[in-house]
Design a protein around this ligand. Structure first.
Ligand SMILES: [Zn+2]
Length: 315
């Protein structure tokens, strides 16, 4: 008997268990809304770091731990391949302001958590993209390494800033146990295929008194509740939607103790922010045009759309 070829959707998606507690049972929060023509080529375009493809996959809530995650979702190998091959000049155009945001966040962290380049010199930035955070950190006197699946982004950060960026996933690197004083995940945890595995690796690489810093789009935030489905973090590339409760639970299961969670403010160019917002309504596109006409599109714009930042230690 000749096997029938699978319909494209089943060939490119897979069922997953809860990424936090491994339970298979879930309830549907919002059903999938795939366009008629969803080829593999289109999907590769969806999975780049500045992707603004609105959420089209089914969002579910775990019946055991309440974690919100996409299920079924695009197959892991397709997601990882597209991150590896991502070329993203639009994303790195915003690097100057990203570096400014990171310098500010790192200074605040140093003050609040009482560390410095002298007491905690060595940083690992997981999912470092073009190296904006490590550039800010080295400017402040830290030394560090970045890991990033996209070879293009790594090459960009090496050439532009002379940073030590290593292409691939964290599991593919050869670091020693306890090598780092600070490990950071900026705009990364919601993209991870297996957050528990990555946090397990981080726990091994982090010194016993070291700090883990994670920022995430907070699904329980007021902005998300006001904007509902128009919340800009509902994207097909965001596989998991955390609340302070579920992210603390995930960290606890991975051997971390959460010290604090607070709102995270980000600075981008006004025009870029409006352009990203235009996916949610043409009015934002009009504002973007207006900002260009008024010559203010390059002005820095600081905002919080429900992003939170968490600091944890090994438990
Ligand atoms: Zn669960």
């Amino acid at each position: 008997m000749i096997a029938q070829p699978l319909p494209p959707l089943e060939r490119i998606t897979e069922q997953v268990r809860c990424p936090l507690c491994d339970t298979a049972e879930f309830c549907v929060v919002s059903p999938a809304n795939y366009p008629e023509e969803l080829g593999e080529e289109n999907l590769l375009r969806v999975y780049s770091s500045s992707s603004d493809h609105l959420l089209m996959d089914q969002l579910v809530a775990c019946q055991s731990c309440n974690l919100l995650y996409l299920n079924p979702r695009v197959r892991s190998e397709i997601i990882l391949d597209s991150y590896r091959s991502a070329v993203d000049p639009t994303f790195v155009q915003q690097n100057a302001l990203r570096i400014r945001t990171f310098r500010r966040s790192l200074r605040t962290l140093m003050r609040r958590q009482r560390f410095s380049p002298v007491t905690a010199p060595r940083i690992l930035d997981v999912g470092c993209a073009g190296g904006a955070f490590l550039k800010a950190a080295t400017d402040l006197g830290f030394s560090g390494v970045g890991v990033e699946p996209s070879a293009w982004l790594c090459e960009y950060g090496r050439k532009e800033f002379g940073l030590d960026l290593r292409a691939g996933t964290l599991a593919e690197q050869k670091f020693s146990a306890g090598e780092f004083d600070l490990v950071t995940l900026w705009d990364v945890i919601e993209h991870l295929l297996d957050p528990r595995a990555v946090l397990g690796d981080i726990r091994r690489l982090l010194r016993d008194t070291g700090l883990l810093v994670v920022n995430f789009p907070n699904h329980a935030s007021l902005v998300r509740r006001l904007l509902r489905r128009n919340w800009p973090f509902f994207l097909s590339v965001h596989l998991t939607y955390f609340t302070p409760q579920t992210i603390s639970l995930l960290l606890e299961r991975c051997g971390f103790h959460t010290l604090e969670i607070r709102p995270y403010w980000q600075t981008l160019e006004l025009g870029y922010a409006l352009k990203r917002a235009s996916a949610y309504g043409s009015v934002w596109g009009q504002f973007e045009k207006l900002s260009r006409r008024l010559n203010v599109s390059a002005l820095p714009f600081t905002y919080n759309m429900g992003q939170s930042m968490l600091v944890a230690r090994k438990s």
